[in-house]
Write a protein that binds this ligand. Structure first.
Ligand SMILES: Nc1ncnc2c1ncn2[C@@H]1O[C@H](COP(=O)(O)OP(=O)(O)OP(=O)(O)O)[C@@H](O)[C@H]1O
Ligand SMILES: [Mg+2]
Length: 259
């Protein structure tokens, strides 16, 4: 194993994914380094969620390879692929807490699915995860319908952290939150990265998140990663879509007006 392999959490090579005649990802290559927060931007409908879902094995690929923690997915034996699946946590774009389960039961769901443990231990773990994301133990007894949007995101993050994953996938975790709650969520992600050594793969349109928490940003256009690097590199990119995204009218509105 060379140094590069050791340092990469996810390595996607020449990935092609499509539905019928539509090719969504076209020979896409991407490397996510261990311990980094990588932000993924791209047009709506451009394939960001499809990329995330393909990496975690929910959407089949036509060709290409996907390695997570050095293990090639789908090629390795079933057991190795299953083991790797317990090393990631996922926060889906559509919130996706089970509405008929309490918050605590939602957080315990991956534990039940993957491990044999006593109810007492599962309760302790659920409460620890809720506290880790800034929720109270009492919130664990609420149902998803009784939570605010920000609390829902935190509860979903607690569930994503249930199995102490090495990697978390977050699909637009701050969309729909007010800027202060979004900032709090970003700070939480940063803290988790720093304290747990998490690798974070985050789809986001939130320019503040990209600027403040992401170590690197990748831009998806025309089915490929067309630019990747620190935000300062992306701001200098000559790619037409990347330029339009970061220097278009709406992002200009974020610049303070100097009179
Ligand atoms: N299961 C599916 N079956 C057929 N087409 C799909 C499926 N999932 C996604 N697509 C198509 O793939 C394309 C990319 O969708 P995707 O959800 O990845 O976009 P996105 O970049 O996440 O957009 P957004 O920013 O709006 O969330 C879209 O044209 C979508 O209709
Ligand atoms: Mg999406």
């Amino acid at each position: 194993m060379d140094d590069l392999e050791r340092s990469s959490a996810i390595r996607v090579t020449d990935l092609i994914v499509g539905f019928g005649r539509q090719v969504v990802l076209n020979e896409l290559c991407l490397e996510v380094r261990r311990g980094e927060i990588l932000g993924l931007v791209g047009a709506s409908g451009g394939g960001k969620s499809v990329l995330m879902r393909t990496i975690i094995g929910l959407i089949p690929r036509r060709s290409g390879t996907i390695e997570v923690m050095g293990i090639p997915l789908g090629r390795a034996d079933e057991r190795a692929t299953q083991d790797v699946a317990t090393r990631w946590g996922i926060l889906f774009q559509q919130g996706a807490l089970f509405s008929s389960l309490t918050v605590k039961q939602n957080v315990q769901f991956p534990l039940r699915e993957n491990l044999q443990m006593s109810p007492g231990l599962m309760d302790e773990i659920a409460i620890a995860k809720l506290e880790m994301v800034g929720l109270r133990a009492e919130d664990g007894d609420k149902f998803p319908a009784e939570l605010s949007g920000g609390m829902t995101k935190r509860a979903a993050l607690a569930r994503a952290l249930a199995l102490d994953p090495a990697i978390v996938f977050l699909d637009e975790p701050t969309s729909g939150l007010d800027p202060i709650s979004a900032g709090d969520f970003d700070a939480l992600i940063k803290t988790l990265q720093q304290t747990l050594g998490l690798t974070v793969f985050m789809v986001t349109h939130d320019l503040a998140s990209l600027n403040t928490v992401c170590d690197r940003v990748a831009a998806l256009a025309d089915g490929k990663i067309v630019a990747i690097g620190p935000m300062s590199d992306l701001l200098r990119s000559e790619h037409p879509w990347v330029k339009a995204y970061f220097h278009g009218k709406r992002s200009q509105m974020l610049q303070p007006k100097v009179s």
